[in-house]
Design a protein around this ligand. Sequence first.
Ligand code: UDP
Length: 241
Amino acid sequence: MERDMPEELLYEGKAKKLFITEDPQILRVEYKDDATAFNGQKFDRLKDKGLLNNAITVFFFEHLETKDIPSHFVRKISETEQLVRRVKIIPLEVVVRNVAAGSLSKRIGWEEGKELPHPIVEFYYKDDDLGDPLLAEEHIRLLELASEAQIEELKKRGLAVNEALESLMLSKEIRLIDFKLEFGLDQKGEILLADEISPDTCRFWDIESGKILDKDRFRRDLGGVTEAYLEIHQRLTEEIT
Ligand code: UDP
């Protein structure tokens, strides 16, 4: 890409860099190959992770658009970069779950793989110093992180994304166990889905074998991390003949 002016780095996160562009309403996101877990304590660089997560996120945001679920996504501009609308991120991780796993299994003692009677939505506080704790809605109110109406809207959007993605993944023989979303507010104060949706932020299990195809391969030292992300990308994009 030709760029006349050096673009200012706005923010560098664990897996992505955000740059200002000439248009104040548009940011450029660059997906990195860095992998981190446990609040940054575990770190590695995985070749091609950035381009796979960029491509997978684009695929999901475009799919959600067809289901009338708006996101900050504008367009893909290179293998590892996309343009997004600038939003003010609500500091909540919105986690939707269909099956017990990870921190839910630890918290309530249900074995990993136990189907939930219905999907649930949880909120976590995006705060590294506190270790991203689970928040009750009362805590969200105390901290004034979102209004009553916004909390309800976040739950509604989370469940809508779940419906769309769960059936998409099912058609690819993959079980959507759980995932994390982030939302932001645009200039008009409208809520927009933001951040990314990728194997870094979702749990995907192969329906047939139960094989883990997400970041748990990294967290749990299972090996084959990039291969799993590649498998997700291939299944999403392959033509069914
Ligand atoms: N998740 C995420 N970022 C976080 C925490 C969780 O993307 O900072 C995702 C995670 O990949 C999983 C879901 O949210 O798909 C639920 O994660 P959980 O609460 O079980 O936490 P974990 O076991 O990953 O610590």
